[in-house]
Design a protein around this ligand. Structure first.
Ligand SMILES: Cc1cc2nc3c(=O)[nH]c(=O)nc-3n(C[C@H](O)[C@H](O)[C@H](O)COP(=O)(O)OP(=O)(O)OC[C@H]3O[C@@H](n4cnc5c(N)ncnc54)[C@H](O)[C@@H]3O)c2cc1C
Length: 387
């Protein structure tokens, strides 16, 4: 849907109110969510009640048309307290970005209006068990029968899947021949209650345990014609729609990685200040100060890339390189930052009570989610090496 209205930014005061909300509503319970692998649906309901979950919607649909940079600031703030919560927020948003970018229809407008006033979650379903990064070979199919679509297939790693009310599903047109030169891909908005939709159990993950992830099974699922996300003018195929939505989301994940690195630095600074060895606080040791400064500088460099990529995106640029560069470097940065923070805690870094080991577990995901290192490098190489 064409949204040409100017984006709005969160003011410093609004951001500070959001941070207070996270501090009081999220922080006290994150440890428990992580231990139990529990997804706090109620927290997301509160986010919706306060307008945070739908702030990205255009103003005429009940949102504030929030800019990518402001959403990135929200992601950074959320990930400071909980990487998993920010991942679920991003998963929901990823589905909505596809819906909002698709050609406007009365049916989609109804769904958007409903969401602005009623809480529910959405999921974006691209990854399949046999075709991870190799997305051109996905085997979930659609076929047109009697004016509607029939979907068959299996999706994995569906963020929010056990809780979502609707699913944006990427599928390829069912073909009669084994060898297809130009397969057609389309996106469909599948309601949870559709006949033939079923789910796996929540995954037991190493990190981001407060985020729900599961499998989605589609067995002869009938999707009405108006639930196809039609490709807008300027895009060639459903894959463009999916790729553009993911590319925008990568900026937000890179911002979340900054939030996790911020927390690692915060915990390390507090711990090292009070840790006295050889008669001095460890925070006074030049080598230790150097390690913290290095992490901080790398984190701020990634943040500036998020800022650049976000502003470019909102200005209408559709060059994929800035967001892939932000995503690529953010994963490496946060893995290094949390690894050195664990080390600076010594043996206590491996003990749950100190909180730093959780960040270490969470950090690795930023090198995998929404395209692992290899995929980001391939996207950047396409531009860099084709000149
Ligand atoms: C917590 C979590 C939430 C997720 N949420 C969603 C979601 O909501 N929706 C969704 O669709 N997906 C989701 N994903 C899936 C995620 O995007 C994929 O895991 C990711 O894209 C990689 O796919 P894969 O796991 O199948 O790895 P693979 O594609 O099998 O890759 C395995 C490894 O091989 C490397 N590799 C692959 N090809 C090559 C090559 N040609 N040369 C060199 N190296 C290569 C990769 O870099 C990687 O290190 C989620 C994943 C996680 C962990």
């Amino acid at each position: 849907m064409k949204n040409t209205l100017p984006k709005t930014d969160l003011t410093e005061d609004e951001l500070s109110v959001f941070r207070q909300f996270l501090k009081f509503e999220l922080e006290p319970r994150v440890k428990e969510y992580d231990e139990k692998g529990e997804f706090p649906e109620g927290f997301f309901r509160k986010m919706h009640d306060l307008g945070y979950l739908q702030a990205f919607l255009p103003s005429e649909s009940g949102g504030t048309n929030l800019s990518t940079l402001s959403l990135a600031k929200m992601m950074r703030a959320m990930a400071f307290h909980s990487a998993g919560i920010s991942t679920s927020f991003a998963g929901n948003l990823l589905a909505w970005v596809s819906i909002l970018q698709a050609q406007e229809t009365e049916d989609l407008q109804r769904v958007i209006t409903e969401y602005s006033g009623t809480f529910f979650l959405s999921s974006f379903c691209f990854t399949e068990p046999e075709h991870g990064s190799d997305v051109f070979r996905i085997s979930t199919t659609f076929e047109e029968v009697g004016g509607e679509f029939i979907l068959n297939g299996k999706k994995c790693f569906v963020t929010n899947g056990n809780f979502a009310k609707q699913f944006v599903v990427v599928a390829r047109r069912k073909s009669q021949s084994e060898i297809e030169k130009n397969p057609e891909f389309q996106l469909f908005l599948v309601p949870r209650e559709s006949d033939g939709v079923s789910f796996g159990k929540p995954y037991e993950k190493m990190g981001h345990r407060e985020s729900n992830t599961t499998d989605l099974y589609l067995s002869r699922v009938r999707v009405p014609r108006e639930r196809q996300l039609r490709v807008p003018s300027g895009m060639r195929s459903g894959l463009d729609l999916a790729f553009q939505s993911i590319q925008r989301s990568r900026i937000l994940l890179a911002a979340a990685a900054c939030g996790v690195a911020d927390r690692a630095l915060d915990l390390a600074r507090t711990y090292l200040k009070d840790r006295v060895l050889y008669g001095k606080s460890l925070l006074t040791q030049p080598q230790i100060r150097g390690t913290l400064v290095q992490s901080h500088a790398e984190c701020e460099a990634v943040w500036q890339m998020c800022r650049y990529a976000g502003e470019a995106w909102d200005s209408g640029a559709r060059d994929f390189t800035p967001s892939s560069m932000a995503k690529l470097l953010s994963g490496q940065m946060v893995t290094r930052a949390t690894q050195s923070a664990v080390e600076l805690f010594g043996g206590w870094g491996c003990v749950k009570e100190f909180g730093i080991e959780k960040l270490y577990r969470d950090a690795k995901f930023y090198e995998i989610l929404e395209g692992p290192t290899f995929v980001q490098q391939a996207i950047i190489a396409k531009e860099l090496l084709s000149k």
